[in-house]
Design a protein around this ligand. Structure first.
Ligand code: KG4
Ligand code: ZN
Length: 354
């Protein structure tokens, strides 16, 4: 699937948000190794990612991480044929750190640098598992920064079916967790607390479910509804641990329910019966279980890359970089350009914006 006559070795760099990550992929042997430094503890006390701190941490961690990855795999910089890096979407400062390093290093080594679209990398990540990814498929990309439904006809052909109009699904989990005084990242914290919640005690809104063929999402009303509920309960001094768990249960149900409903709509509209879920929220157990059940009603299949390839990582960046390289896409003049709002359906159009 990756095979080429002369093997190509690509170094991948990911710095779009709060994960500093690097990887090496070989076009004939597949993924050689990857490593991730998570900044979660740094951002925990702020209840979310602080962009300036994220950039500074990438500056500190990226080079030592690359150094260590190469050394522990008996590789040297001279073994690398090209450097792939996330050029967007993401936090502008964080993206710039990766772009500056990738382009500087590539220039000094006299090898190409390859800009990669972060979300395209997410949806190609299942290829890292070695299975041939069946095309076409519908990708549900759900992370702290994005919530998208994309129709993938083939590699490089992406149609945006729907996206969030406000908060991303992961962001909704993180903001909800903050309101409930839970740790960051909020997704796992809410999921854990929800386990001891009673179903049906509370019900939160699921916007735009009734609009026919609509595949957009909206989560900001949900967060506001939780905030008002907590305020009211606090006033009456009724916010017990059990009630918090009941709220977490209803909150998780609402997010997961929306994601499943819109994915089901995408299957109905496109007739495509294969779904790939990627991004950090794809780790949610309720989402995994309920999505499988719902899709089975339509005889549709859902696959998930393993968790380490589901959340932000550089293995997927190196892989997407390799495909780009094989297509001849590279940053020929080492421009330090990034696009924090790069839309997935504009990657290969004339006005690609990069
Ligand atoms: O893809 P990711 O690692 O990073 C980016 O945001 O790009 O996703 C992180 C997001 C966070 O918002 C986190 O709360 C959410 O994924 N998340 C979860 C779970 N694990 C991580 N959300 C729900 N349930 C989980 N088990
Ligand atoms: Zn991501």
């Amino acid at each position: 699937m990756l095979q080429s006559k002369k093997s190509l070795t690509i170094l991948g760099i990911e710095t779009s948000c709060d994960e500093t990550a690097t990887a090496v992929i070989d076009s004939n042997k597949g993924l050689i190794a990857h490593s991730i430094f998570s900044q979660v503890t740094l951002h925990k006390k702020f209840g979310g990612v602080v962009p300036e701190l994220a950039s500074r941490e990438h500056i500190k961690k990226l080079l030592p991480l690359i150094d260590e990855l190469l050394r522990s795999n008996d590789l040297q910089l001279k073994d690398i044929d090209a450097i792939a890096y996330t050029a967007g979407p993401g936090l502008v400062g964080a993206l710039l750190v990766g772009s500056v390093l990738a382009n500087g290093l590539a220039f000094s080594l006299g090898i190409p640098s390859i800009p990669v679209h972060h979300m395209e990398a997410h949806l190609l990540a299942p290829i890292l598992e070695g299975d041939d990814l069946q095309m076409p498929f519908i990708a549900l990309l759900v992370s702290g920064g994005h919530t998208l439904l994309v129709e993938v006809q083939k590699k490089g052909s992406y149609k945006l079916l729907g996206q969030t109009l406000d908060d991303a699904a992961g962001e909704a989990f993180d903001k909800g967790a903050k309101l409930l005084d839970l740790d960051y990242p909020g997704g796992p914290a809410i999921a854990e607390l929800a386990l001891s919640g009673h179903p049906g005690v509370y019900q939160f809104p699921r916007p735009m479910l009734k609009t026919k063929n609509n595949m957009d999402f909206s989560f900001s009303g949900l967060k506001t509804a939780l905030m008002y509920k907590i305020r009211k309960l606090n006033k009456k001094q009724m916010l017990t641990d059990q009630i918090k768990a009941d709220l977490a249960h209803a909150y998780e149900e609402a997010i997961v329910g929306s994601l499943i409903h819109k994915t089901d709509t995408a299957i109905e509209v496109t007739g495509i019966k294969s779904v790939v879920v990627a991004g950090g929220v794809g780790a949610n157990k309720k989402l995994r279980k309920n999505m499988k059940l719902k899709l089975a009603e339509r005889d549709a299949q859902v696959t998930y890359p393993r968790i380490e390839f589901c959340t932000d990582n550089a293995a997927m960046i190196a892989l997407a970089g390799l495909f780009n390289f094989q297509k001849g896409i590279k940053n020929i003049d080492y421009r330090i350009e990034v696009n924090p709002r790069w839309s997935i359906d504009k990657i290969y159009s004339a006005n690609s914006q990069l």
